[in-house]
Design a protein around this ligand. Sequence first.
Ligand SMILES: CC(C)(COP(=O)(O)OP(=O)(O)OC[C@H]1O[C@@H](n2cnc3c(N)ncnc32)[C@H](O)[C@@H]1OP(=O)(O)O)[C@@H](O)C(=O)NCCC(=O)NCCS
Length: 177
Amino acid sequence: MLLVADPNAVRGCEVREQRVDRGVQQIWISAARRPILAIDHASYHHRSVEVVGYERWHLGGIVALCLDEGWPSFPADSERAHRVLTAPGVTAVVAVEGRAVLGFASLQSDGEIQAHLSNIVVARSHRQTGVARRLLQNGIERSGGERIDLVTDTAESFYQALHHKRWNGYRIYPPFT
Ligand SMILES: CC(C)(COP(=O)(O)OP(=O)(O)OC[C@H]1O[C@@H](n2cnc3c(N)ncnc32)[C@H](O)[C@@H]1OP(=O)(O)O)[C@@H](O)C(=O)NCCC(=O)NCCS
């Protein structure tokens, strides 16, 4: 079976039949006994990655993503990470492709006005394909809220690509007295 990345590769052949199966376009040409598969990689990618609510089986993949980023808190105690991701007021969403965890985000929200982004990460292999946008959109739809506040020292370019207002951010630590 011949796999072509560009559907234009079969342009000029006499097309007998076309079908789409899970984002993969099958093109049957008159001379071929088998289909030629033409994959539109952008839309195939987009369709095969799903954003879903956090479930316990995602935990190992989430911890692996954090380790890859050098983020210590979740890998240090994965049971604590599970409690964090399922805590009251927390909405955690996960990007999956089959059983592979490709990204996650967690938000805290009052359900009406104000949400805060605690974490967002996408696997290096799947960056710049819109996964983080989808995590944020799905996350705020589930959590409620009109806007998301966050602090970052790693992802300025990503947030600048989104509709935003810029403020000065602080992360403050107790004790406060
Ligand atoms: C930040 C991060 C989550 C973005 O994920 P992503 O899936 O690649 O982002 P998207 O594909 O949804 O990108 C959305 C927009 O941001 C832009 N963008 C994303 N990363 C960018 C980068 N490194 N430089 C420039 N623009 C970037 C995209 O071009 C896109 O713009 P467009 O929709 O106008 O074309 C990902 O790079 C990541 O996991 N980084 C490491 C972890 C991290 O720093 N998390 C943030 C902690 S505050």
